[in-house]
Unconditional design. Structure first.
Length: 162
């Protein structure tokens, strides 16, 4: 019978990465379980308004989005079953005293803060809105990068009552 000889240095070399992985995994698990990794975004819409269209082809909507969580999220899309028109995020920029609007792909909802849309910051442009009167409500769904969609109804208000 032939004796089998093991090279212990080879076994130690093979086990070193496995041990390092186990220590790292244990550390990450403890970090996450303790809450040190932060909490996910916790979003709610606290105010939803839409301008009474002065032009029947386009109007704007504004939302206050509160994030009670410990992580940022991004508003990436807005939809509505009430219109077949485009709904786009836009950012209003002042350049040399002239206000301009540019479409944006998304906007951040900061952790532990509120995104307050306004005519001088971010808003939602709504092409081809349905016929509306002050006091009507228009449904929207706000879609986020990480959080579940939020359905809201925006109150239609005259321009001076935002």
């Amino acid at each position: 019978m032939t004796a089998v000889k093991f090279d212990l240095s080879s076994v130690r070399t093979a086990l070193a990465p496995v041990a390092a992985f186990a220590v790292a995994l244990g550390g990450l698990t403890a970090w996450t379980a303790s809450g040190a990794a932060g909490t996910p975004a916790e979003l709610s819409v606290t105010r939803a308004r839409m301008l009474l269209p002065s032009n029947p082809d386009i109007t704007a909507a504004f939302f206050d989005i509160r994030n009670e969580g410990g992580a940022d999220d991004e508003l990436v899309r807005i939809t509505s079953p009430a219109t077949d028109g485009r709904i786009m995020l836009s950012r209003n920029v002042d350049r040399n005293g002239v206000g301009t609007m540019r479409m944006v792909e998304s906007t951040t909802v900061p952790a532990d803060d509120t995104l307050r849309m306004s005519t001088s910051s971010v808003d939602v442009m709504v092409d081809d809105p349905p016929p509306l009167r002050a006091g009507d409500r228009m449904p929207f769904t706000l879609h986020f990068r990480d959080s579940d969609p939020i359905r809201v109804e925006a109150l239609v208000v005259p321009a001076g009552r935002l």
